[in-house]
Design a protein around this ligand. Structure first.
Ligand SMILES: Nc1ncnc2c1ncn2[C@@H]1O[C@H](COP(=O)(O)OP(=O)(O)OP(=O)(O)O)[C@@H](O)[C@H]1O
Length: 453
C-alpha cells in the first residue's frame, strides 16, 4: 500500500468511525509501510496510543486496509522517533518494537506483538482447551516443565494468538524478561544476514541471551539445511539453560517433511498440543465476544437475531475469515446506516460466503435425514403428505437452506419438483418447531453435526 492509498482510505475510515474518533485516534498515525509478512506499520505518538488504537480500532483498520492490500494481516505501532521509512518489499525491514511489550534491556530483533492477542480475548472451547491450558501454564512463568511447548493446527486457528498472549503475560509479570517472538522465516533471514555480514558470534550471543524463545510457523525451515542446523544449536543451548521455548507449526512434528530427525525428536520432546478445527459453539462464542467490542465502537447499530448463528454455520474454516466477515458487516452497516440482518449479509459478504461454501450436498442431506427418521428416500422426495414423511422432508429442506447455498426454487426442484413457497413454509415450520419442540431441536442439531463432521 502506498501513502496515497492510505490517504484515500482515511476518508472512508472517518466515515466509518465518525469524525471525533477519527481526529483523536487515526489522524495522528503516520503510515510507515507494509512488510513481506503483511505487517502494516504505523508510527504512533506513544505506546499507549498504539495499544489503544490496536485494541479498539484494530479490526476495522485491518479490514479497511485489506480491501486495498489483501496481504495485510497484522498491525504494528512503532513509537520510535524517526522510524525508518518503509523498506522495499523484497528486503525485510527492521522490525519495529511491539506496541504492548515493554522493551527489555537492549531490544531484541523480534516481530511485533499484536496488542489484541491476549488471553482475555481468546475464547476457549472444546477444540482449543488443551492448547489454551498449556499456554496458560507456560505464561505463569514458573519452573520450566515441558520444553518445548509445540502448538500446531490449521490456518487461522489461534496459534499466533496464544503465543502472543504468552509473551504479553510474561512481559507484564516481569518486564525485564527477554521474550523473543519471531517467525521461522525471520529466524532464517537473521541467520543469513549474520552469515553475510560475518556477525555469527553476535547472532549466537543474541539468541542465547533470551529467556523465552518463540518461533512461529517452524515448518518453514523444512528442507533448509543450514538454517535447521543453526536452529538446532540455538534450541539445544536454550534448553540446556532451562529457558522456555515455544514453537508453532501448521502440522505435527512427524508430519513435517524434510525435517532432520534430530530436530523432529527435539520438537517432540516437550508437550505437543494441537488446536483442532473450530466447532460451531466456539465460532459462535468468538463472534459474540467480538460483537461486545463492536457495540462500544458503533453504538446504536442493530444486530438482528440469527446473523451470528448463520456466520458460525457457514464460515467454518478459519477464525481470521470469520472475524473479517464480522468486521466487514459492522463497517458496512455503519456506512449505509442499516441494521445488520441477513440482507446485509448477502450484500456485503457474498464473496466470503461463496469461498467458504460447504461441500454438503442436497443428496447427502436427504439421505441422512431419511436414515435418521427411518423412511425411504423415495418417500421423502415423493408426493405423500402424511406427517411421517412430511416432517422429515421439512427438516431436510431446512437443513438444505442452512447448510448449502442453494436457492429455494432449486431446493424445491430437488424435492420432487415442489414449489419454492412449499420449501419456504417447511423452513419456517422447522424454525418454529426448533423453539417449541425439544425433540425436533435435538434431531436438527444432531443431523447438522453429523453432516458437518
Ligand atoms: N479462540 C479464539 N478466540 C478469539 N480469537 C481467535 C481464536 N482463535 C483464533 N482467533 C483469531 O483468529 C485470527 C487468526 O488467529 P492466529 O493468527 O493466531 O492464527 P494462526 O493459527 O497463527 O494461523 P496462521 O497459521 O495463519 O498463522 C486472529 O485474529 C485471532 O485473534
Amino acid at each position: 500500500m502506498t501513502k496515497e492509498q492510505w490517504g484515500a482510505l482515511q476518508k472512508q475510515i472517518c466515515d466509518t468511525i465518525g469524525q471525533n474518533n477519527y481526529k483523536t485516534w487515526i489522524e495522528p498515525l503516520t503510515f510507515v509501510g507494509t512488510d513481506d509478512d503483511g505487517v502494516v506499520t504505523f508510527k504512533a505518538p506513544t505506546n499507549f496510543f498504539g495499544t489503544y488504537v490496536s485494541q479498539n480500532f484494530g479490526d476495522m483498520l485491518l479490514a479497511q486496509l485489506s480491501r486495498i492490500d489483501p496481504t495485510a494481516r497484522r498491525l504494528s505501532f512503532d513509537t520510535h522517533r524517526g522510524a525508518a521509512p518503509s523498506a522495499p518489499a523484497t528486503e525485510p525491514s527492521p522490525k519495529p518494537a511491539a506496541a504492548a511489550a515493554e522493551p527489555a534491556k537492549d531490544s531484541l530483533p523480534g516481530a511485533p506483538l499484536d496488542a489484541r492477542f491476549t488471553f482475555d480475548t481468546f475464547v476457549v472451547g472444546k477444540p482449543n482447551e488443551l492448547a489454551h491450558a498449556a499456554a496458560k501454564r507456560v505464561a505463569e512463568g514458573g519452573p520450566v516443565t515441558f520444553n518445548p511447548l509445540f502448538l500446531y493446527g490449521g490456518v487461522g486457528l489461534g496459534k499466533t494468538h496464544l503465543m502472543h498472549a504468552i509473551a504479553h503475560e510474561l512481559s507484564t509479570k516481569n518486564p525485564h524478561l527477554r521474550v523473543l517472538y519471531l517467525s521461522a522465516e525471520q529466524f532464517m533471514y537473521r541467520f543469513v544476514q549474520a552469515l553475510r555480514e560475518r556477525k555469527m558470534m553476535d547472532f549466537k550471543e543474541m539468541f542465547r541471551s533470551v529467556d523465552i524463545l518463540m518461533v512461529d510457523d517452524v515448518q518453514f525451515i523444512a528442507g533448509k539445511d543450514s538454517t535447521q542446523e543453526e536452529f538446532f544449536h540455538t534450541f539445544n543451548a536454550l534448553v540446556d539453560q532451562n529457558k522456555q521455548i515455544i514453537i508453532s507449526a501448521d502440522r505435527a512434528p512427524d508430519e513435517i517433511k524434510d525435517l532432520e530427525n534430530r530436530i523432529r525428536s527435539r520438537l517432540q520432546s516437550g508437550l505437543v498440543v494441537d488446536l483442532h478445527p473450530t466447532d460451531y459453539e466456539l465460532r459462535l462464542g468468538i463472534l459474540q465476544t467480538k460483537v461486545e467490542m463492536y457495540r462500544d465502537m458503533y453504538p446504536g447499530l442493530i444486530l438482528e437475531d440469527g446473523v451470528l448463528e448463520f456466520l458460525a454455520h457457514r464460515i467454518s474454516t478459519n477464525v481470521r475469515v470469520l472475524e473479517g466477515a464480522l468486521t466487514r458487516l459492522f463497517a458496512f452497516a455503519s456506512l449505509v446506516g442499516k441494521p445488520i440482518n441477513m440482507d446485509l449479509v448477502q450484500d456485503s459478504l457474498s464473496d466470503v460466503l461463496r469461498a467458504s461454501e460447504r461441500k454438503i450436498s442436497i443428496d447427502e442431506i436427504q439421505r441422512r435425514v431419511a436414515e435418521h427418521y427411518n423412511i425411504r428416500l423415495s418417500d421423502m422426495i415423493g408426493p405423500k403428505r402424511v406427517r411421517t414423511f412430511a416432517r422429515p422432508r421439512q427438516v431436510a429442506m431446512y437443513l438444505c437452506k442452512q447448510l448449502t447455498s442453494r436457492s429455494l426454487p432449486e431446493i424445491g426442484r430437488r424435492f420432487g419438483g415442489r414449489d419454492h413457497t412449499t420449501v419456504m413454509h417447511g423452513v419456517r415450520r422447522i424454525e418454529e418447531l426448533r423453539v417449541a419442540d425439544g425433540q425436533i431441536e435435538e434431531d436438527v442439531e444432531m443431523l447438522r453435526r453429523a453432516l458437518e463432521a
